[in-house]
Design a binder for this molecule. Structure first.
Ligand code: ADP
Ligand code: GN1
Ligand code: MG
Length: 375
């Protein structure tokens, strides 16, 4: 799809003029463009078309983003040495003063200040990057811990509700709109074998043993901007910031950090676990999250490490069966390939469960006075 980006941009309050429009990033949902300023002394911008098929109420979503970014900025303002404008996204208003613009075809657009001299990584390369990532998401959860979660609109209902995800898969299997079930029987058996065990976190939540906190809900490593020295700078992609269990954020970050291969690796023999990166992420995370996590939450983190690749595989497979209606794909079997890669990762994680459970336990002990034995 091509858009008249200059026309869209003319509806936002920007300084200077746009010299270049560059498609940007590798997200699966929104379309992103980097706008370079003709005047190098003035800021660049990041323009995004928000996928309103995925996010059905964009005005409410943007209200969340405004609320969250205002809160983060206010909190950082009180911390010496912090720079809220670099460490938090800044929304650029549309000319009608709204924090988004809806064009005549019904597409929704938003703009942020472009944070220059930053990098996001699809694959983590060093322990320092992993450690900084852990700090970024730990700090994010800590800074949002005193924001009233009741103020946040649920941008995608049941986003990490595994029961709902499995129900949707089940419906897709029964409908089989593209006649693809015959190709995925092995994957379906893999899913069914683990379904009961994967409800553990939700059940602990229902029993009141895990608190709902404001979490990010999309802690892929490329949703952190690091500075040019690989220090964490800013958590981005705030569309799914909603109440959830901390294990979801931990599991999703580990899913992308620990894997030696890309999320959609076709040759699954390349999928191995990089345990030192896991350890480094946990160390960074506990530096901040250690101040608020309960014993049960600490224990739940290892379960999150298994749950999120499982749920992600279920989501990719469902989209494959439904005919690729949700995620952007770059080849006909892309979603199937992604699902298979997640399940391979999960198999490896299962075999190493005790190893990373112990790492979490040992890291937690440095920061938390554990009152009950968490193993
Ligand atoms: P998506 O929802 O499609 O994943 P993101 O909001 O994560 O979109 O943005 C896509 C990419 O754009 C990010 O991975 C990052 O590289 C870059 N990016 C996002 N926001 C900014 C920003 N404010 N400044 C600089 N780069 C950014
Ligand atoms: C999507 O937008 P992006 O690419 O950061 C998805 C996440 C998945 C991820 C898998 C709103 O994230 O939930 O974990 O793809 N976002 C949404 O790569 O569904
Ligand atoms: Mg993203």
């Amino acid at each position: 799809m091509s858009y008249n980006i200059s026309e869209i941009v003319s509806n936002f309050c920007i300084e200077g003029n746009v010299a270049a429009i560059i498609p940007y990033g590798s997200g699966h949902i929104n379309d992103t463009f980097h706008l370079k300023n003709a005047n190098p002394g003035l800021p660049g911008y990041l323009l995004q078309r928000i996928n309103h098929h995925v996010f059905e109420n964009v005005p409410a979503l943007m209200k969340n983003v405004q609320l969250v970014t205002d809160h983060l900025k206010e909190k950082l303002t009180g911390i010496p040495g912090s720079n809220p404008d670099k460490e938090v996204l800044t929304i650029v208003s549309a000319k009608d003063k709204q924090c988004f613009f809806c064009d005549e075809t019904g597409n929704y657009w938003r703009m942020y200040c472009f944070l220059k001299d930053t990098k996001s990584y699809d694959m983590v390369l060093t322990e320092q990057q992993a450690y900084e990532g852990g700090k970024a998401f730990g700090k994010f959860q800590l800074l949002l811990s005193d924001l009233d979660s009741g103020l946040l609109y649920e941008t995608i209902p049941g986003f990490h509700n595994i029961t709902m995800r499995l129900d949707r898969l089940n419906k897709a299997v029964l409908d089989d709109p593209k006649n693809r079930i015959k190709d995925v029987l092995t994957e379906l058996s893999f899913i069914i074998e683990r379904a009961d065990q994967m409800a553990t976190i939700m059940n602990l939540g229902k029993e009141g043993k895990l608190p709902l906190r404001i979490i990010h809900n999309d802690t892929k490593f490329n949703n952190i901007l690091l500075d040019m020295n690989d220090h964490e700078q800013c958590v981005i992609d705030l569309d799914t910031v909603m109440p959830g269990y901390v294990a979801y954020d931990f599991g999703d970050a580990i899913r992308t950090i620990i894997n030696t291969a890309p999320e959609d690796e076709q040759d699954v023999t390349k999928i191995e676990l990089n345990i030192p990166l896991f350890k480094a992420y946990a160390a960074g995370y506990f530096e901040y999250a250690g101040s608020f996590l309960s014993d049960t939450e600490v224990k739940s983190l290892s379960m999150g490490v298994l749950l999120i690749p499982y749920m992600q595989g279920v989501r990719f497979l469902t989209d494959y069966i439904e005919g690729d209606v949700y995620y952007k794909i770059h080849s006909p079997e892309h979603n199937l390939q992604r699902a298979r890669a997640q399940f391979e990762l999960l198999s490896k994680l299962e075999k190493n469960y005790d190893v990373f459970d112990q790492i979490i336990h040992n890291t937690a002990k440095k920061y938390i006075q554990i009152t009950t034995e968490i193993k």
